[in-house]
Design a binder for this molecule. Structure first.
Ligand code: UTP
Length: 408
């Protein structure tokens, strides 16, 4: 794409200001900017002006799930089936590590965060240790596909290399990168992050499967005979990954999806809850629940909408392939976005100054035919690191790690 083509394209999408510094750029910077302009999906910005109506829910009813009591009762049966699946290489783990962790405020990939106190203990290391438990239990390596973004790919791979994959079988680990989307200010104008660089951000975790397809790694997936993917977030340092009992329970249920969930601590806890929407599995956000639904209880006193999701899902590959061409909604999310101000100086804002466009893995649940909510103990398995302090923070995660006997 040459300058004139870029100019006309940008004019047609109302973003001509991105060429403001073109004359000041060196030749290779110009080429890089033109390449960025050509590769960007500009249509995504329509979502800023015409956000999808995500509030339009269908008929919502509670979903049946597996409670802790039921799981405890059938643990041996579930575990045996799951172990067999793992030993036969049918389950792979997908680590979603493409996010920017802006709330944590670190400039490095979140998994590189050192959560230790008296020794170094990186978030990636915690996750790998948790996965190693299953490797020891089943006697086979679990394939691990790590999704990064263009922003943090090189640093993430180098970190795993530098730490010798934290003792994990490196031949079982593969990396792939997700796509990027432009970030806009509150008037819908795309930011520059350098005079010759558009501000691009990872486009959410909902595109993990399409990115995996594009990465060429499906050959590896098929060669290994993988049939299920356990998709999990980078920031929950206590979660069990490729958990045999969870795998066994989901397979035995005949569902094409399983979701680990914690029982909501109180009716208005700020977690998305699994439900059925027009007969399909779905996740209803805490702010979408009516007061009546939030308070509704079963005969045994438990909340009807109690299965709060923790971003640890099991997906059947066969179903993912069927829905691969289906669109999932784009969310316009307010975030702090570093940008070049009118004087060409880089600013790092203290408050949300712009929007990013993201698809979310939770929207994939709706496309599955049946989903099994699988309850886990929050004091054992739910320690997300979103913030530095307070709720869902480094501090709260440390507390839980300590309680679970992890030396910090
Ligand atoms: P979050 O929603 O917590 O986003 O991601 P984040 O980018 O990590 O953090 P904030 O909101 O900027 O503070 C949940 C999970 O999804 C991954 C994250 O790495 C995390 O594991 N994710 C998020 C991606 O892989 N790609 C994305 O584009 C966004």
């Amino acid at each position: 794409m040459n300058y004139l083509q870029a100019k006309s394209l940008l004019e047609s999408v109302g973003q001509a200001h991105l060429l403001r510094y073109y004359d000041e750029l060196k030749e290779e910077e110009r080429q890089e900017l033109l390449r960025q302009i050509e590769e960007t999906d500009w249509s995504i910005i329509d979502n800023f002006y015409h956000p999808e109506d995500l509030s339009g829910k269908g008929e919502i009813v509670p979903i049946e799930g597996l409670s802790l009591e039921e799981i405890d009762r059938r643990k041996e049966e579930f575990t045996a089936v799951g172990q067999d699946m793992l030993r036969r290489g049918k389950v792979a783990a997908i680590l979603l590590a493409g996010g920017q962790g802006t709330r944590l405020g670190s400039d490095h990939p979140k998994g590189m965060y050192d959560i230790g106190l008296t020794r170094k203990l990186y978030i990636f290391e915690c996750l790998i240790h948790n996965l190693q438990d299953v490797v020891k239990e089943c006697g086979v390596s679990v394939p691990l596909y790590v999704m990064t973004s263009k922003k943090n790919h090189a640093e993430t791979v180098a970190f795993f290399e530098e730490h010798d994959y934290f003792g994990y079988d490196r031949s079982a680990v593969r990396f792939f990168t997700q796509d990027m989307a432009p970030a806009v200010d509150l008037n819908g104008k795309v930011f520059l992050e350098e005079k010759g660089k558009i501000s691009l951000s990872p486009n959410g975790n909902g595109g993990w499967f399409s990115s995996l397809l594009r990465s060429g790694l499906m050959e590896d997936v098929r060669r290994r005979g993988v049939e299920w993917f356990n998709v999990f977030a980078v920031d929950n340092v206590c979660q069990r990954i490729a958990d045999p009992a969870f795998v066994g329970a989901t397979v035995l249920s005949g569902c094409d999806c399983g979701a680990k969930a914690v029982s909501k601590a109180e009716p208005h806890e700020r977690v998305g809850a699994l439900c059925l929407e027009n007969g399909h599995p779905s996740i209803i956000e805490y702010y979408e629940l009516t007061e009546e639904m939030a308070q509704a209880r079963n005969a045994d006193g438990t909340l009807k909408y109690r299965y709060g999701v923790i971003l640890n899902y099991l997906f059947a590959l066969s179903r993912l392939e069927e829905i691969a061409s289906e669109k999932i909604p784009v969310h316009v999310v307010h975030k702090k976005v570093p940008y070049l101000d009118e004087n060409g100086v880089l600013c790092k804002p203290e408050t949300e100054n712009g929007c990013k466009f993201e698809t979310l893995v939770l929207d994939m649940i709706k496309l599955m035919q049946r989903c099994l909510p699988y309850e886990v103990r929050r004091e054992y398995e739910f320690a997300p690191v979103k913030n530095k302090t307070g709720v869902d923070s480094v501090e709260s995660a440390r507390e839980l790690l300590k309680r679970n006997g992890v030396e910090l």
